[in-house]
Design a protein around this ligand. Structure first.
Ligand code: IPE
Ligand code: IPE
Ligand code: MG
Length: 245
């Protein structure tokens, strides 16, 4: 299946809402946390898969602003898992030439998580392959408000006039800065919503929402997502006749 992927038409940026860990665990008669632990394999597979193909950016929605409202036990378990996973995966990141980055209100994470993240970001900063962006304590509305705040402060300082604000300038203030918008967004588990994820950046992304629960997601699912993306006609408001050459 991988052989059918057209490497000249790869998405540069793939964004994933990794969903379904709790349902996966429930199906096995296990606790939700077991689902989160079992999800690491899927993270590894999708990261390696993107690195193998030459995708430039992969954003994984790992923890939303709203997820802070889950039971404390589950939040604590997710944070502990995050620390252990980052520590354990640095070698895999190095082996695959992957650079780690984050978006989101990471100051809200426990200090141990912040330290581990900083360590991994520093260790991988020289890598030139895939950039893996973890969205942590992230929400699209939070990100937009943050951008507006900084932009307003710069206007107040006289850096530019309000009239100078356009889409290009505003995008630079978002956490994704110079990263291209995702051409492809994948959400697993069959849920048909974006749950406050990359509200600005997903404006023209192709959505692919398979029923597979995140802990079961493997490279073939990624190939399938990319093949589906490559069959879509991206019209950006034009007519089909205009875009078909
Ligand atoms: C996604 O799986 C992981 C996080 C949101 C951290 P869920 O935990 O949302 O799993 P379901 O949706 O309850 O099955
Ligand atoms: C979205 O999943 C957030 C992440 C995958 C990190 P949720 O499972 O939290 O989303 P809702 O609450 O079902 O919309
Ligand atoms: Mg969910």
């Amino acid at each position: 299946m991988k052989d059918h992927i057209d490497l000249s038409n790869l998405p540069q940026h793939i964004a994933v809402i990794m969903d379904g860990n709790g349902r996966w665990a429930k199906q096995q008669g296990a606790a939700r946390v077991f689902g989160h632990r079992s999800a690491i394999k899927a993270v590894r597979e999708v990261t390696e898969g993107c690195a193998e193909l030459g995708v430039k950016y992969l954003t994984l929605y790992a923890f939303s602003t709203e997820n802070w409202n889950r039971p404390k036990f589950e939040v604590d378990a997710l944070m502990t898992l995050l620390v252990h996973t980052i520590r354990g995966e640095i070698k895999t990141l190095m082996d695959n030439n992957v650079r780690l980055a984050t978006i989101g209100h990471t100051e809200a994470l426990p200090k141990a998580c912040q330290n581990e993240l900083q360590e991994a970001i520093r260790a991988t900063e020289g890598n030139t392959g895939l950039t893996l962006i973890l969205a942590l304590s992230y929400s699209g509305r939070w990100e937009i408000i943050e951008a507006v705040r900084q932009l307003a402060a710069d206007v107040q300082r006289g850096q530019f006039q309000p009239e100078a604000i356009d889409e290009g300038l505003f995008s630079k203030y978002l956490a994704t800065g110079n990263i291209p918008d995702p051409e492809l967004m994948i959400r697993t588990s069959g849920e048909m919503r974006i749950s406050n994820f990359m509200l600005w950046q997903l404006a023209y992304s192709e959505f692919y929402m398979p029923d597979v629960l995140w802990p079961d997601f493997r490279k073939p699912h990624l190939w399938e997502a990319i093949l589906t993306y490559q069959k879509r006609e991206r019209r950006f408001g034009k007519t089909s006749e205009q875009v078909v050459k």
